[in-house]
Design a protein around this ligand. Structure first.
Ligand code: EPU
Length: 421
């Protein structure tokens, strides 16, 4: 059992460097299955989800080799399987990206239904509907998905309109379409920076993808992809998490290796809360005195306010003046962290996808349990801003998505360490 121990109430100062984007790695690493050659990917975050993805690639027969902590070389030319091992696939949501990539590569793929953070049902019907439109047959049995192109047929382009905006299905269908015959058009597509990053990777290897980052993505199938090099974009949500930490604890933190336009929605909310944010070409500087003003937020697909920052800003609102409201429009059940923050004395009421938060100037240290990745980040943020000792358990959920969070926060002057029992 491991836990983080935080002695809060210390202002944060200095610089922190943001790692590569978890959710870009989630689709780009499986995307290496499409490449006939060696690929070198840099700015790869050193997080549990990436290690799991590489283990799945290796189980399929890929050779993966670290050149440096953040640079991985992958060779998928000799595969031995098209089935994601159940014991690995169930541990993460993004295992479903192996379906699109393996289907394109081998004409068949199998994977357990994806795991990952639990905030309500997480269907993949839009992914499967897309694969079927491209000519694949789909079956779901005993919590495993199997897709295959019927004997003598090939995966073909299709015009697919998603019933709702889904990041995962947009990227999975991009992977499936890259080597298909003809043109695939994805309508009502997600516009997140990592969707554009996946297109950047595929195009760098010889694919023909246009429109990524808008709501219509067009993929013209090509015969093969070649090896090459690619660097992942910085993690928008890791950056936002350090912005929220600096705002909560007070002080002044320069957050480096970011793309400031990706953060503009987070910056706008922090400014409304009385936090000073200045932007450089590849950094943001966040300065606060810990006195926060409440505000109302509503999550939405990019370029709206990201659901993956909702818990971290929720933690700030627990410390802010006045009553604030949150409407969580993406996930059905993403307020469980508020119950944990009540152990610190926070006051809130959540019903369905709506929450009201009654801010208080001071909370007290408490023992909490992370219920998912961003929920754990919210508990860290509230603890950093609060005098006294807090303990956070279930930290393996936090380490799924944050590289060296204790080291990075300690570097800013926080008193946080990991206790292993
Ligand atoms: N949805 C469906 N059917 C589908 C797919 C999605 O109904 O076939 C619904 C979902 O239930 C949800 C909404 O559509 O209500 C959006 O889901 P989306 O597909 O966009 O989410 P995802 O691809 O499963 C990724 C991130 C999440 C992030 C969401 C939204 C990865 C591995 N995960 O999930 O990240 O919350 O997009 O931006 O990329 C996190 O990093 O903490 C995290 C949970």
């Amino acid at each position: 059992m491991e836990k983080y121990i935080i002695n809060g109430g210390k202002e944060l100062f200095g610089e922190v460097t943001i790692s590569g984007a978890k959710n870009a790695a989630a689709s780009i690493l499986p995307g290496t299955l499409l490449v006939d050659g060696i690929i070198r990917i840099s700015n790869v975050p050193d997080i549990h989800d990436v290690q799991l993805t590489l283990r799945i690639l290796e189980a399929l027969g890929a050779a993966c080799r670290y050149i440096h902590r953040s640079v991985v070389e992958i060779d998928c030319r000799k595969l031995k399987s098209h089935e994601v091992p159940v014991q690995l696939g169930v541990q993460m949501r993004a295992s479903h990206f192996f379906l699109g990539a393996m289907l394109a590569r081998s004409g068949e793929a199998g994977s357990p239904l994806p795991g990952g953070c639990d905030f309500g049902t997480r269907p993949i019907d839009q992914h499967l509907k897309g694969f079927e439109a491209m000519g694949a047959s789909v079956s779901v049995q005993n919590d495993c998905v199997r897709i295959r192109v019927p004997e003598g047929k090939k995966l073909h382009g299709a015009d697919i309109r998603f019933d709702l905006v889904t990041v995962g299905a947009t990227m999975n269908l991009m992977l499936a379409a890259v080597l298909a015959e003809g043109v695939t058009v994805l309508r009502n597509a997600a516009k997140e920076p990592h969707v554009a990053d996946l297109a950047g990777f595929l195009n760098a290897m010889g694919a023909d993808v246009s429109g990524a980052g808008t709501d219509t993505v067009t993929i013209r199938g090509v015969k093969a992809l070649h090896g090459g090099e690619y660097s992942l974009i910085p993690d928008q949500i890791e950056a936002g998490t350090y912005m929220a930490a600096a705002a909560a604890a007070g002080g002044s933190v320069k957050i480096c290796n970011v793309i400031p336009p990706h953060l503009s929605c987070i910056t706008a909310v922090l400014k409304k809360m009385n936090v000073q944010v200045t932007e450089g070409s590849d950094f943001v500087q966040v300065t606060g005195d810990g006195r926060l003003k409440g505000t109302d937020i509503e999550t939405a697909p990019y370029p709206g306010f990201p659901t993956d920052m909702q818990p971290q800003i929720g933690a700030l609102l627990c410390l802010a003046d006045g009553t604030s409201s949150i409407h969580e429009a993406v996930w059905a059940d993403r307020f469980r962290y508020l119950e944990e923050l009540k152990r610190m004395g926070a006051s809130s009421e959540a019903e369905g996808q709506h929450a009201l938060i009654h801010g208080k100037p001071g909370l007290h240290g408490a023992e909490m349990t992370a219920c998912d990745l961003r929920a754990g980040a919210a508990m860290i943020i509230a603890s950093l801003a609060t005098q006294g000792k807090s303990e956070i358990r279930n930290i393996q959920l936090i380490e799924r998505g944050y590289q060296d969070i204790t080291g990075k926060l300690s570097g800013l002057g926080a008193d946080i360490h990991c206790e292993r029992q």
